[in-house]
Structures are given as structure tokens and as C-alpha cells.
Design a protein around this ligand. Structure first.
Ligand code: NAD
Ligand code: AKB
Length: 311
């Protein structure tokens, strides 16, 4: 059985990805790793404390477990990156190079590295944003993701590296909290709704953003990684689409279950980030190349979140 390393496994995506990978491939085949201990129960498999900026330690963990596949999730997200641009650039880029270079040296065979809708910017068409379009990101995070996409494609073409990537939209889940992004409001709001406490939203009520329920995102990730190499035609990163909604629309959806729930809108610096991103995404290429299709709509997502979230 192939051995898989997940770097950044204690985060919002890593937590659920490790659980699902272990279900599919077995506990011992999936090595979780992070600078922080896990925030949720990930099953009985191995965990390694690993800083992705420490190249020697990464190499050591890979050799120790004979890892062949790496999912690289460690990064600073959009809002946190704006507060610490130099470190965000270092973490988001150096971490990627450390993993790409191991694949170039044929020490590992396959990489998953997530990009984001943050690669798009204010000059990108906002509605049904195409796969190939104007990309002038205006955030540190978006610049690092766009550069990362270019490097992934370069290593794939020049060095034959099997690297695969998805431009995730904002991800919504209840197992592990989000890690400092602009789309985090769409998770936070459920905790307030569950306590029936007024929610202060940091975006304006009419700000549409592309979002997705975590189960869809995990399925997309594993489907892409399992697709035959010749079907993965795009080696920068694939657009995938789930649901698009505004803060007002998700609030109204929640109100159907929590009728007294209240909200106010007090936009902060994250409004400018959200305004620079698309409102909806066209995912024709992912559907055509490896059969991607989202399952969850807003009402299904809200129902699951309200059922499972701990107040
Ligand atoms: P997160 O912040 O929840 O988790 C990141 C994890 O990386 C954390 O557990 C953190 O401890 C770990 N980490 C930080 N520095 C590290 C280091 N030096 N070495 C090892 N681990 C380190 O982020 P997430 O939401 O799980 O996102 C994972 C990836 O997916 C990121 O690349 C992010 O840009 C991308 N992404 C996420 C979303 C989303 O909505 N969650 C959307 C688009 C793209
Ligand atoms: C963020 O808001 O930074 C992330 C993302 C869309 O990349 N959720």
C-alpha cells in the first residue's frame, strides 16, 4: 500500500482529509504531520511533528515512512497573510519548493497542493469566472497561490513532476475551525446561530463568494489524485465550483431553522479582499477532465452544519 504524508494535518482541511484518507487506505498508510498537535481525533495512524520549512526534517520523515505521495496543506490564509506578508510568502513558497524538489529528485511520486479562488483579482470577470482568464491577484496570499500554480506547471512540464491542484473556494465544515481566511464568516456564523447570539459579520450583506461544503472538497481532492495521469490535463490548478452565496443569503437560510437569529454587518479589511475575488466559478474543465460535480447546495449545507456544530 502506498504511503501518504499530509503536511498541515491539524488544520481545517487536513483534519478531514486525514480521516477520509485513513478510511480509504488504512490508518498506517497515512502519516499526519503539523507544527501543532491535532485538534480532533484523526484515527490511530502515525503523527509526526514537522515544520515544512525544515527541509532536512521533511526528508527524514519521508524516508522513515517511505512516503510516496504528499498532500501539502501548510500555508497562511488570506487574512492572516495580510498581517504578515513576508512570512506568508516564505511559508507558502518555500514549503512548496521543498516538496516539488523531492518529486523532481524522484524521492516521492505524486503531490497535491491546493490553490485558491484568491488567484483571481479585481480585473478578473466576476461571474462564472473561467478556468483561463485575467489573473491579477491583489493580496499576498493570492500572489503566492498564483506563483505556486506557475511553479507547479513548470515542474510538471520541465521535470515530469506529477503535481495536481485545485483552486478551492471558501470551505465550510464543523470538525476543525477555519484558519484565518476571508471566507471564515460562513463557518463562524453557525456557531453564533447555534447559541442564538447576534452575529457581527465582517463582510457587507451583499458580497457574493464561491463556497463549498468540506465533504465535496475532500471528494474532489481524492478524485483528482486518483484520476489517471493522462486525464489531468491542467497542471497549474483546476477551478471547482460548489455554491455561491452572500452573507445575507446564508443568514436567511439559517433563519429558517433559527427564526430569532440576528445579524449586523460591520465590514473590516477583509471586505476589500472579498471584493477582489469572484462571486462564482466555472468548473467545466474539471467536469470534463476528471468528472467533477458538487453534491451539496446551501440548504443541505446549512442543515448539516446546524445539526453537527457544537455551540
Ligand atoms: P489551516 O490554517 O486551517 O491549516 C493549516 C495548517 O498548517 C495548520 O494546522 C498549521 O498548524 C499548519 N502549519 C502552519 N505552518 C506550518 C509549518 N511551517 N509546517 C507544517 N505545518 C504548518 O488551513 P486550511 O484551511 O486547512 O488550508 C489548507 C490549504 O488549503 C492551504 O494551502 C490553503 O491556502 C488552502 N485553501 C484553503 C481554503 C479554505 O477555505 N480552508 C480555501 C482555499 C485554499
Ligand atoms: C481564505 O478565505 O483565505 C480561504 C480561501 C478562499 O483561500 N478560505
Amino acid at each position: 500500500m502506498k504511503k501518504i504524508l499530509v503536511v498541515g494535518s491539524s488544520g481545517q482541511i487536513g483534519t478531514e482529509l486525514v480521516i477520509e484518507l485513513r478510511k480509504r487506505y488504512g490508518n498506517d498508510s497515512v502519516i499526519a504531520s503539523d507544527v501543532q498537535p491535532p485538534k480532533a481525533q484523526l484515527g490511530d495512524g502515525p503523527f509526526e511533528t514537522l515544520d515544512i520549512l525544515d527541509k532536512d526534517r521533511l526528508h527524514e520523515v519521508i524516508l522513515k515512512h517511505q512516503v510516496k505521495e504528499v498532500y501539502l496543506l501548510a500555508a497562511l490564509l488570506s487574512a492572516t497573510a495580510e498581517k504578515n506578508p513576508a512570512f506568508a510568502w516564505k511559508l507558502n513558497m518555500d514549503g512548496l519548493f521543498h516538496v516539488l524538489d523531492l518529486a523532481k529528485a524522484k524521492i516521492i511520486d505524486k503531490i497535491f497542493w491546493p490553490s485558491s479562488i484568491a488567484v483571481f483579482g479585481p480585473t478578473t470577470p466576476k461571474v462564472n469566472t473561467p478556468q483561463f482568464t485575467i489573473m491579477e491577484p491583489s493580496t499576498v496570499y493570492g500572489i503566492s497561490k498564483q506563483a505556486g500554480e506557475r511553479w507547479c506547471e513548470y515542474y510538471a512540464k520541465k521535470h515530469g513532476v506529477d503535481v495536481r491542484s485545485i483552486r478551492y473556494p471558501g470551505l465550510i465544515s464543523y470538525t476543525s475551525p477555519p484558519g484565518g481566511g476571508t471566507t471564515d464568516y460562513a463557518v463562524d456564523i453557525f456557531y453564533y446561530a447555534k447559541r442564538n447570539e447576534k452575529y457581527t459579520c465582517f463582510l457587507k450583506e451583499n458580497t457574493p463568494l464561491p463556497m463549498m461544503y468540506m465533504e465535496d472538497a475532500i471528494r474532489a481532492t481524492i478524485d483528482l489524485m486518483e484520476a489517471p495521469a493522462e486525464k489531468v490535463k491542467i497542471r497549474s490548478s483546476y477551478n471547482i465550483s460548489g455554491i455561491s452565496f452572500t452573507p445575507k443569503e446564508i443568514y436567511e437560510q439559517i433563519k429558517k431553522s433559527v427564526p430569532d437569529f440576528q445579524i449586523e454587518y460591520v465590514p473590516d479589511f477583509r471586505q476589500a479582499i472579498a471584493d477582489s475575488w469572484p462571486g462564482s466559478i466555472d468548473d467545466t474543465e474539471a467536469a470534463k477532465d476528471w468528472g467533477w460535480k458538487a453534491k451539496y447546495n446551501l440548504s443541505a449545507l446549512a442543515q448539516i452544519m446546524l445539526e453537527h456544530i457544537q455551540a
